[in-house]
Design a protein around this ligand. Structure first.
Ligand code: ANZ
Length: 833
């Protein structure tokens, strides 16, 4: 490998050789036992084994790899694993189409993605930790976790309205319905009444909400997406009695101050009372039937603001007036109490509805100072001052909310509540390729958990997909169905639904810490030592699904003592998308650029540098192949520079007692190394780190030309530069290291040591040359932000040196020259003749 020729001709061979060397030398191996205090868990979201790695994967792992390599250089114990999110529908659909078992299809795809794609990119994954969620070694513990959740009251069976994806023929959780469509199929979602297993995510709603306050390592947009999904609302539950029955309707409102403006009470089609009314009233029954077919999005859109009169009345809790009861699609069964009080003058949705069904408007809040009490064309939704509200008139909305709820509380007709939009997680899927739910039903129809010692409940090796649609093929497999319950001689049947695959990824981070353990899911000591994850990298498109489930699982595991902190992720790096001509790349659109193709053409190092350069990683950006060419040219400049330098022993630190250009170069390289550190670890600014590599190369080339730097100092700077480069372009960096400096891999070395406080001080002062009438007479120190006046002041106060040239002289003017960053560089004092 010492034969350095032209970079282009060799890059393919260099990269393959290095990958083989790293594998043989075990360079990327992790020691999970007893990590040191700086331990660092770096995780890129694991891929679905579709068979094709894409540029998004390259971006995610280029980020995670740079962080992992930097932490290793700094001496941290690092875990940086790769696994496969291997259950799910594409495998099942491909299996049906090609008549191959999904396990086999998955296995083939994993081999291709691991060996032909990701390995060629040179990411420092420890593949000994590799896991595959569809293997019984893994899903046995997914089932174990289900049982833990069950044991702790987190699992229940519920017959409820669910989201039905008519194309994928399965139930979806709320998180998996995006704008009314299935997250995978894109099909408009239907509603069905079905029995499902659910997890009580809502038990943790408050915790998940409050936890966000502490996630300072998450981007604002990631936090906002979580807040939006959890959806905390403060308000009140208010009871309206039925006029002709001893029953109450409870409504949830965030605006109890508008209580005097209520002109109807409206029930969701799913509300239990709606059911009993519909049983007696055909027009209500017909309305409910049609409403339930609509998706939630359609129900809340304009078309949902229809309704029917339920034929009965409710009693206003303060005025005792009767208000009509309606049923409308836009009231959702799954939110609040499934019933609302309509205030058409102050809620636009209610106004649209009131207009549609001809209900009156009643203004009860007016803008302060505005006496208008007549309803206008648009609802006045702001807070204001109460009008038409009996003894509460004249109060501000804020005071009225408090006082009205207090009055209702004394009469036991209302109470303050906090509601969350977050729903429980329905986890049953009517599909084959998932972890079987470990429950069995006895002859009476009662459910029992499978004993832990009987796990795993395995998927059969033979599967017949040609069965009734909308049911898992497991339901047609007598051998799978047959079960026994200890102490019950009667035949029992197994649950045939499988778990939502998001369950597999909700706990994979813990399994990576103990992936081969056959005795338990993970040892508590491992979680204690390694959780929470330091850096988690992945797309924000998972914000409302995976990240909610992942955080829920961490909060749950923490509550039963299996993980040290409630929050699983300290820093979340949410990357943007790589597009082509403004469009998402996709195979079906025929506009996908594949990583293998790019690696063939330019090498993995150039690809990885390019993918991180030019723009912040969190931004969506367009693919431009010419940028890759530029990176390849950059790498060949590095190649040439090193080709022309001497070999040197690996230096642990900079030579001491340097001065002049040698000191300046060493100081500069330290400053740039510090810059890269803070770009990655504090500022999350990978593109500026890549820019630093470019500018530092120029500095080094310049120094090699002037030839004023001591040899050892220059060798030290070249070595340090390879460490910086190695974070992003590990092949060429290690190749040059081995060829010129080291007997072992670059990645066994340490990050340069430098005095950070000296660097910080240096960054706080600049040296400004002072000329008097064009002749250099000395130097001043000042802050880089010094103003012109500051500089004149410092000049006037200068003692000795410069002062000597200015004593008794009349100054005509001072010319101040600044560099392109605005930092003062030169003061030229022009004296009067
Ligand atoms: C009366 C009212 C008057 C309301 C007013 C708003 C303004 P957030 O903030 O999203 O929590 N609401 C309650 N439950 C509902 C359901 N199941 N389906 C549809 N809408 C529902 O929204 C709370 C508000 O949304 C509640 O406050 C209620 O309308 C409506 F001037 O009550 B409000």
């Amino acid at each position: 490998m010492s034969d350095i020729g032209k970079y282009h001709d060799q890059v393919g061979r260099i990269e393959a050789d290095l990958q083989a060397a790293w594998k043989a030398e075990g360079v990327d191996k992790t020691n999970l036992e007893s990590p040191n205090a700086q331990r660092c868990y770096v995780l890129g979201m694991f891929p679905y084994p579709s068979g094709n790695a894409h540029l998004g994967h390259m971006l995610v792992y280029s980020i995670s790899d740079a962080l992992a390599r930097l932490a290793r250089f700094q001496g941290a114990s690092v875990v940086h694993p790769l696994g496969w999110d291997a259950f799910g529908l594409p495998a099942e659909n491909a299996a049906i189409k090609n008549n191959i078992h999904p396990a086999l299809w998955t296995e083939q795809n994993i081999s291709r993605m691991r060996d032909e794609q990701l390995r060629r990119a040179g990411f420092s994954f420890d593949l000994d930790l590799e896991l595959n969620t569809s293997s019984p070694d893994y899903y046995r513990w997914t089932q174990w976790l289900f049982l833990k959740l069950y044991e702790h009251g987190q699992v229940y069976r519920s017959k409820s309205w669910v989201n039905w994806d008519p194309v994928d023929e399965t139930v979806l959780a709320n998180e998996q319905v995006i704008d009314g469509r299935g997250w995978r199929s894109g099909a408009p979602i239907e509603r069905r009444l079905m029995e499902q297993w659910c997890f009580r995510v809502t038990d943790f709603a408050e915790d998940l909400w409050n936890g966000l306050d502490n996630l300072t390592g998450w981007s604002e947009r990631a936090i906002a997406a979580q807040r939006n999904w959890i959806g905390r609302s403060e308000g009140a539950d208010i009871d309206f009695a039925l006029a002709d029955a001893d029953q109450r309707i409870t409504v949830f409102t965030t605006r109890p101050d508008t209580l005097f403006g209520v002109t109807s009470v409206t029930l969701a089609p799913e509300h239990p009372l709606t059911g009993s009314i519909a049983a007696k009233d055909a027009s209500v029954a017909a309305y409910v039937e049609s409403a339930l077919k609509l998706s939630e999005v359609d129900r809340q859109a304009g078309s949902g603001k229809t309704g029917v009169f339920a034929g009965c009345y409710a009693v206003h809790p303060i005025t005792s007036q009767q208000v009509p009861i309606y049923v409308s699609a836009y009231v959702l069964g799954g939110y609040g109490s499934g019933a609302i009080m309509n205030v058409p003058a102050h809620d636009q949705r209610d106004m649209d509805f009131a207009r549609a069904v001809n209900l009156p408007l009643r203004t009860v809040v007016a803008a302060p100072g505005d006496a208008q009490e007549e309803p206008s064309a648009l609802a006045f939704e702001d807070d204001g001052v109460l009008v038409n509200s009996a003894e509460f008139s004249g109060l501000t909305s804020k005071d009225a909310r408090k006082q009205i709820v207090e009055v209702l509380e004394t009469r036991n007709l209302g109470r303050k509540v906090v509601r969350y939009r977050l729903r429980d997680w329905s986890v049953s899927r009517q599909r084959f390729w998932g972890a079987p739910i470990p429950m069995v039903r006895d002859a009476d129809g009662d459910w029992h958990p499978v004993p832990e010692s009987d796990l795993p409940v395995t998927l059969p090796a033979e599967v017949n997909f040609g069965v009734a649609k909308g049911r898992s093929p497991l339901a047609q497999d007598p051998a799978f169905l047959r079960a026994e319950i200890a102490g019950d001689p009667r035949p029992a049947t197994r649950e045939t639904d499988t778990m939502d695959t998001f369950m597999c990824s909700a706990w994979y981070a813990w399994r990576f810490l103990d992936p081969k353990n056959a005795q338990c899911a993970w040892r508590a000591s491992r979680a204690e030592q390694w959780m929470p994850i330091n850096y988690y990298v992945g797309g924000l498109e998972h914000a409302n699904q995976h990240l909610i489930y992942f955080r829920y699982m961490a909060h749950f595991l923490h509550s039963i003592g299996l993980t040290p902190t409630k929050e699983p992720v300290t820093q979340f790096l949410d990357n943007g998308m790589i597009r082509l001509g403004g469009h998402k790349m996709s195979k079906s659109r025929g506009n996908a650029v594949t990583p293998d193709e790019m690696i063939d053409k330019y090498g993995a190092d150039a690809l990885r540098l390019y993918i991180l350069s030019d723009a912040p990683f969190e931004r969506d950006r367009d693919w431009d192949e010419s940028g890759l060419e530029a990176k390849q040219r950059f790498l060949s400049r590095i190649f040439t520079l090193y080709q022309n330098t001497e070999t040197w022993a690996a230096l642990q630190s900079a030579p001491s007692d340097l001065e002049g250009p040698s000191k300046a170069l060493v100081d500069a390289i330290h400053a740039e190394a510090a810059n890269i550190e803070s770009s990655l670890q504090q500022r999350r600014s990978f593109h500026t780190a890549v820019a630093t590599l470019h500018s530092t190369l120029n500095t080094l080339i310049e120094a090699s030309r002037t030839n004023e730097v001591q040899k050892a100092a220059f060798a030290y700077c070249l070595q340090t530069y390879l460490k910086m480069l190695g974070l992003f372009a590990p092949h060429i960096a290690d190749f040059l290291w081995r060829a010129k400096f080291g007997s072992q891999s670059l990645f066994k070395e340490r990050w340069p040591f430098f005095d950070r406080s000296a660097l910080a001080r240096a960054a706080e002062t600049v040296h400004v040359a002072v000329q008097v009438d064009g002749k250099r007479r000395g130097e001043l120190e000042c802050s880089p932000a010094a103003s012109d006046d500051d500089l004149r002041g410092i000049l006037a106060a200068a003692e000795e040196g410069i002062a000597r040239y200015l004593a008794d002289m009349a100054i005509d003017r001072v010319i101040i020259v600044r560099d392109k960053h605005g930092r003062p560089k030169l003061l030229n004092v022009v004296l009067k003749d």
